[in-house]
Design a protein around this ligand. Structure first.
Ligand code: FES
Length: 396
């Protein structure tokens, strides 16, 4: 053992000496460093500025903090998962990046205070300049793809759903990308139109970008469009649907409404892309929810996991109308933190093995074939229908 220690000390000195006389060239800095920089598992962020955007939405600016020296590059339209701890419950939520990907001095997120929400009201009311947060690296595939999306794009945003489009519009206008863009932005009132000045200014600078605001609860002095983003409004604004690619971001109700309108305009699915964060408000009203489930009954979840290198097994009782991930996070006594990003079944970060039992997953969620074949579920969007046995593989 003494010999090993001597050898180790010698090797370390030799390494130090080599690095001093012959520094490792930066281009040979190790591929892992580059991968870490491009796709970090975690980022540490600090709030450097907060701005009120509307009565219920704030803009948070984050700069790198702690071990995070530089922010990871991202594509306009991507999001990060922001981790918070509220009354001992550690959880995360995805928020689209609003800032332009052409600068990495900071990230910006526009966060709307959701009625009855858990995280957004906390951030809206409590987060202050200087606060530190752990976050995922940029994630998501809701981005412009020049090969499949063509050059004529229709952006349909509802409320805070404007955030990923803001990043795209900033990006395209800064780089003068030759795309034709029509933005239909639906809000309740004119006070809810986020980034109004900047959007109007972008349109002035770039005639290939056109926007219209549509208010569903306009005040008397509003002279613009009113109502919902119906097929008539879409056609009136874009003229023709030929060769156009459609993007939709908004809450579930808005998304379902707009999707029906696009169906009536005979837009095929492959010409529509959407970003839909969050879970249905009432899962029992979702198509395919099995009949005869007693929603007042609790089910038992047995969880195998590894903590401090040791195998553990715990049992908790949960409701079948709440996503499993929320129930597990709320069971503070477990001390389990499952990785998560999108919390809507897309990123697969929360992948967990289902050893026995049955879960309900909303039909619009696409589970990868490999996950399905190997009995992996995404607890962020899975609801337990009976007693379950889970094995958690990626405990934070
Ligand atoms: S957190 Fe993304 S799939 Fe569950």
């Amino acid at each position: 053992m003494f010999k090993d220690l001597k050898r180790f000390t010698y090797a370390r000195k030799l390494k130090q000496w080599r690095e001093e006389v012959q520094p490792i060239p930066t281009y040979f800095d190790g591929l892992e460093n580059l991968c870490d920089r491009l796709h970090p598992d975690k980022l540490w962020l600090q709030i450097s500025d907060i701005k009120q955007l509307s009565p219920d939405t704030k803009l948070f600016r984050f700069v790198p903090a702690r071990s995070t020296k530089v922010l990871a590059p991202f594509r306009a339209g991507q999001y990060i998962g922001l981790t918070v701890e509220i009354n001992g419950v550690r959880t995360s939520r995805p928020y689209s990046l609003v800032s332009s990907p052409n600068q990495l001095a900071y990230y910006e997120l526009g966060i709307k205070k959701e009625d009855g929400g858990f995280v957004s009201p906390y951030l809206f009311d409590n987060a202050k300049v200087g606060d530190l947060f752990e976050a995922t690296g940029p994630l998501g595939v809701f981005c412009y793809n020049p090969i499949f999306h063509g050059k004529d794009l229709v952006f349909i945003a509802g409320g805070s759903g404007i955030t990923p489009f803001m990043s795209m519009l900033r990006d395209f206008s800064e780089r003068v990308v030759p795309l034709n863009i029509w933005l239909l932005f639906g809000c309740l009132t004119k006070e809810d139109i986020l980034f109004r000045e900047e959007l109007e200014e972008i349109q002035k600078r770039r005639p290939n970008i056109k926007g219209t605001f549509i208010l569903s609860e306009p005040s008397q002095d509003w002279t613009g469009e009113t109502g919902f983003i119906s097929k008539d409004k879409i056609m009136k604004f874009i003229g023709s649907v030929d060769d156009k690619f459609f993007y939709i971001v908004g809450n579930r109700e808005m998304y379902e409404f707009v999707l029906k309108e696009l169906e009536e305009l005979r837009i095929p699915n492959h010409r529509i892309s959407h970003e839909l964060f969050g879970v249905p408000k009432d899962i029992t009203k979702t198509m395919g929810w099995p009949e005869g489930i007693d929603v007042s009954k609790k089910v038992q979840i047995t969880i195998d996991f590894i903590k401090s290198g040791l195998k553990e097994k715990k049992v908790i009782e949960v409701s079948c109308v709440e996503p499993l991930l929320n129930s597990i996070e709320r069971a503070k006594e477990l001390g389990i933190q499952i990785n998560s990003g999108c919390r809507s079944g897309e990123c697969a970060l929360c992948r967990t093995k289902l050893l026995s039992g049955k879960v309900f997953v909303p039909p619009e969620v696409i589970i990868r074939e490999a996950d399905r074949d190997n009995n992996f579920i995404h607890p962020c969007i899975s609801y337990p229908l009976n007693d379950l046995h889970l094995e958690i593989l990626f405990n934070n």
